[in-house]
Design a protein. Sequence first.
Length: 265
Amino acid sequence: MRTALLQSSGRPGSVAENLKVLDEAAARAAASGAGLLVTSELFLTGYAIGDGIDALAEPADGDSADAVAEIAGRHGLAVAYGYPERDGERVFNSVQLIAADGTRLANYRKTHLFGCFERHHFTPGEQPVIQAELNGLTVGLMICYDVEFPENVRAHALAGTDLLLVPTAQMHPFQFVAESVVPVRAFENQMYVAYVNRVGPEGDFEFVGLSVLAGPDGTSRARAGRGEELVLADADPAFLAASREANPYLKDRLPGLYGSLVRNR
């Protein structure tokens, strides 16, 4: 499945403008043969917009979800987009996957919140593994800081995730996560990882770009630079199967030795 990574911060504070950016990117991605377009973390609203997060948060089935479904259907590709999700009085940092026919396939709420900013504005999610079937692949969802916990990604590997989508807001000086950690996560768990970042200054943050589609062999199948960019690469089920056969990490695990990993100290 050809996968398009939309490295963009959009227009922070304007859902309408971000939907326009998404629509334009979807047209370009579809023209290049993509079956899936993935955005950055909180793409729909912007990240560093303070209390605007609460004001712009919407339910998973809200007006913006309908607008994204219309974009997906019109261009004939699936879309995974980051947004603030309202559920009653609670707001979650979420990513939703919508199929090419406009069907809402999966919605994930970020479990590991990063820093005071996120802990102030969001409630942590409680379900670590959310998946959907898409074009012959089992697609998993995760957000930013979540991927830096190896237990999280291994849980996806054990659940059969083939392609892990990770919208992110990776900021300076942590660019080594995009450069090194993400390809290693893909290799040690034998999956594809699509890590899609914001770019440039936003509030107190400086986002570093460097979005990547990492393959199960640990290589970068597509790598963005530091600016606004749409990059594409293929997630190939046949290559994934061959890689898993050659690198049997999951088969060679010894779970009986790892009990200390789940004990609080």
